[in-house]
Design a protein around this ligand. Structure first.
Ligand code: NAP
Length: 297
């Protein structure tokens, strides 16, 4: 099979498409014939060797955590799924023709493989941070960096729960945020004043890691009401860093429920063939993805 790997840490140019042995599903796992793989910023952070603590990486390494495809091999102890079923979920080395998933759910009807590949990590992260920040229905959540993959999911989950959102994004994404039910404003000079004018903030999420934790603490009045997923300087502000992926075991089931009820949609910004994984990483690294980028196999 074809698979994207890297044999040294570095820029997008270290990615190579090679012939590899098919992986096999171990106990509690399934193998899928991959139809699409989600591109998450953590994929290029792993490739750069930035996150070895959270993602120990042995070289040569495959790339990719999220995928959608059809079940092709079923590991010992797995029930409730059959070969040929369309699924989406999380695993490893998903930029490949076949990959092993450790968590999956049957894909909702009406979702394409390309769309489905964009959901698993962002929905898990969004559900986790909304829970951890402790915001309640009727309260207002400020989301810094609201137009990316995680932000798109947070806004829709908040809307579903009756939580009001003020979101920041670039000028090109203001209407996008409004379409997801948020009150929108731009980041950059004067953003704190713009947010103040929009109303009181009960809790805040930093999804962009753009160095705004001090301002988020100021706006909420309490570092315990702020969570970041992208700023390692969090302890210096008394702010919690949320980073334990997989801590919402029912995230995929909840995603299926929300998608099926028309409450959650993550748009695909752009699709790339396996041969263009390096371009997908470079584009993701540029930091202005609306929704999710996807590798199509
Ligand atoms: N700790 C965890 O568990 C965890 C999990 C998932 C992701 N992450 C991290 O969280 C971050 C977001 O992930 P993602 O998948 O949502 O990324 P993404 O899809 O690439 O989105 C990035 C977003 O950041 C926005 N942005 C860029 N510069 C900004 C600024 N100065 N101020 C505010 N927003 C800005 C962009 O908005 P515009 O396009 O509108 O400019 C873009 O929509 C990444 O750094 C990722 O590595 C962490």
């Amino acid at each position: 099979m074809k698979k994207v790997i890297f044999t040294e840490f570095g820029g997008p140019e270290v990615l190579r498409l090679v012939d590899a042995e098919n992986p096999h599903a171990g106990p509690g796992e399934v193998r899928i014939a991959v139809r699409a793989a989600g591109v998450n910023p953590v994929d290029w952070r792993i490739r750069e060797g930035q996150v070895l603590g959270a993602h120990p990486t042995v070289l040569p390494s495959g790339v990719g955590l999220d995928a959608a495809g059809t079940v092709d091999e079923i590991g010992e102890g797995v029930t409730g799924i059959e070969v040929g079923d369309p699924v989406f979920g999380e695993g490893s080395s998903t930029y490949a023709e076949f990959a092993v998933l450790s968590a999956w759910a049957k894909m909702p009807e009406d979702l394409t493989f390309e769309e489905a590949a964009g959901y698993p990590s962002v929905v898990e992260t969004a559900l986790r941070v909304v829970r951890e920040v402790g915001v309640r229905p009727g309260q207002t959540l400020l989301v810094s960096g609201a137009s990316g993959g995680v932000g798109s999911a947070v806004l829709q989950i908040a809307r579903e729960r009756g939580i009001a959102v003020i979101g920041t994004a670039g000028a090109a994404n203001q209407d996008y945020l409004r379409g997801l039910g948020a009150v929108a404003t731009t980041y950059g000079d004067g953003w704190v004043e713009r947010v103040r004018r929009l109303g009181q903030v009960d809790a805040a999420l930093d999804l962009a890691g753009s160095g705004v934790l001090g301002e988020l603490v100021e706006l909420t009045g309490d570092p315990q009401k702020v969570i970041t997923i992208a700023d390692l300087g969090a302890p210096g502000f008394g702010v919690r860093f949320s980073g334990v992926a997989g801590s919402v075991p029912d995230a995929l089931a909840e995603a299926v429920d929300l998608i099926s009820r028309g409450k959650l949609h993550i748009p695909v910004e752009k699709s790339y063939p396996l041969t263009d994984a390096a371009a997908a990483h470079a584009d993701s690294h540029a930091g202005h993805t609306r929704g999710r980028r996807v590798i199509v196999v």
